[in-house]
Design a protein around this ligand. Structure first.
Ligand SMILES: [Zn+2]
Ligand SMILES: [Zn+2]
Length: 463
């Protein structure tokens, strides 16, 4: 019998790459297997370096379908992992669309770099579509609040994290030797987010809490205020005959926007203009949402009244490339929602190239824009933007609505910790840049946690 040990192999001192290894009750269990994202060469090197032998892992437990949590599952399989991968049923179905898409991007990026004669970690795909499909055979769907035994003395259950469809916190118990209860928060959502339910944290005494801290140092605008701003921007831009381009991530933000537009158009708060969701991945992801009404928030009006929340007159889903190109000749005001969220790739670039020169149009940013992205440059007022190697005058208005976030803010994190009930013996702060992580650590100490650690990559702790 040995003391449980927890090692941090990602999202330590940064937001992306979530991956934690727990050795307990004779098993080696990996919690999340996320991609590092950001600066290309750096991220590629981190992603390719697995610090352990994938063949020696006994089980993988994932919290939700964002790629910074599941994006390295195909790599594990490529390196020989063939055990079970646990996920909620919605996460399992979302992974079935997200991972093949991620693999395709890996393959085409690598092919592009190879054509240009570049060598390095990014010129080999991290994994292929075949690896992504192989993951699907290993995923075991496990609903919220159902206890599952990984070993005789090692069990866990999922609770709703309220972050995106299917997102979960993990409540794990080791019942060998000195008993230990370990809770992984996963990404914590917000109360009042459209479609999905509010966070439902585990409760009772905790020996080790691993908690995210993305927005540990700031508070968000409310979602109602964001919806009001959205209506105001659309009315104003449509009034002058312009188009509204909204870069958005395919999973989460797009469905939230569709829901917001559905509510606004039912209430007559936006003019009757066409709204296009121009992204094959977003169309597929929305299909998965339609399959899981059992986990929607049934207190919300559109849902409780039985409306088909992802369909309303004026909303069009665009999948085929030819149909996407048709949008170029669109006359008059319209809303176009397309990926990627930070304007780095995807169909939004084509729409931008077409429309960024016209001052009647508006680029509406509703996602976090990381440094060194085109979205961030536009947010900072760039007068010219380079798209597909060509310079364009940026005359379109650029607006930001900051209140759309699927993460708990500073106040939300504190509320979530209070709802755990405690006491919490020890906390590890992850999934945050140094500033927000330090702020979240301070909050935990104020809430009475004596032992608070912000682990670095590779740090291991006996629990
Ligand atoms: Zn997430
Ligand atoms: Zn995350």
């Amino acid at each position: 019998m040995s003391t449980p040990k927890l090692t941090f192999w990602g999202a330590a001192g940064q937001v992306t790459g979530s991956m934690y290894l727990l050795e307990a009750a004779g098993a080696r269990v990996l919690f999340d297997a996320g991609l590092f994202q950001g600066h290309r060469a750096e991220a590629a090197a981190l992603n390719a370096n697995l610090a352990f032998d994938a063949r020696r892992i006994d089980a993988v437990v994932v919290t939700h379908a964002h790629l910074d949590h599941i994006g390295r599952l195909p790599l594990l399989v490529r390196r020989g992992y063939h055990g079970p991968i646990y996920a909620t049923p919605a996460t399992r179905d979302l992974a079935a669309t997200m991972l093949p898409d991620a693999a395709q991007i890996q393959e085409s990026d690598a092919a592009y770099l190879a054509r240009r004669g570049k060598r390095g970690p990014a010129s080999e795909p991290l994994y292929t579509t075949a690896d992504a499909l192989a993951v699907q055979d290993l995923i075991v769907g496990l609903p919220y609040r159902r206890i599952h035994y990984l070993r005789k003395n090692l069990a866990f259950e999922y609770t709703d994290a309220g972050h995106i469809l299917g997102s979960a916190s993990v409540d794990l118990r080791v019942t060998e030797g000195a008993h230990r209860r370990v809770v992984f928060s996963g990404d914590i959502g917000r109360t009042g987010l459209p479609i999905i339910r509010d966070p439902d944290p585990p409760s009772g005494p905790i020996d080790a809490l691993v908690i995210e801290s993305t927005y540990g140092d700031r508070d968000h605008e409310s979602t109602t205020a964001s919806s009001d701003r959205l209506a105001e921007v659309v009315r104003r831009v449509a009034g002058r005959g312009g188009k509204i381009l909204i870069p958005a991530f395919a999973l989460g933000r797009t469905q939230e926007l569709v829901y917001a537009f559905h509510e606004l158009s039912r209430a007559g708060r936006v003019p009757p203009l066409p709204i296009y969701v121009d992204s094959p991945l977003a169309v597929d992801v929305t299909t998965v949402f339609r399959l899981h009404p059992e986990i929607f928030d049934h207190r919300e009006q559109l849902i409780s009244e039985g409306h088909r929340i992802f369909d309303f007159p004026l909303l069009r889903y665009v999948r085929a490339t030819a149909d996407s190109k048709q949008l170029n000749s669109l006359q008059g005001p319209a809303v176009i929602i397309a990926g990627s969220g930070m304007v780095e790739s995807g169909r939004i670039l084509h729409h931008l190239a077409n429309h960024v020169g016209d001052p009647r149009n508006c680029v509406l940013l509703v996602s976090f824009q990381a440094e060194h992205t085109l979205g961030r440059r536009m947010q900072e007022g760039a007068k010219q933007v380079k798209i597909f190697g060509e310079l364009h005058e940026a005359r379109a208005e650029v607006e930001t609505i900051a209140g759309y976030s699927a993460h708990a803010d500073r106040t939300g994190l504190r509320d979530w910790v209070r709802r755990l009930g405690g006491p919490i013996r020890r906390a590890f702060v992850v999934h945050g840049e140094p500033g927000p992580a330090a702020a979240a650590a301070g909050m935990l100490r104020e809430e009475g946690v004596r032992d608070v650690v912000v682990p670095q990559m590779g740090d291991g702790f006996e629990l």
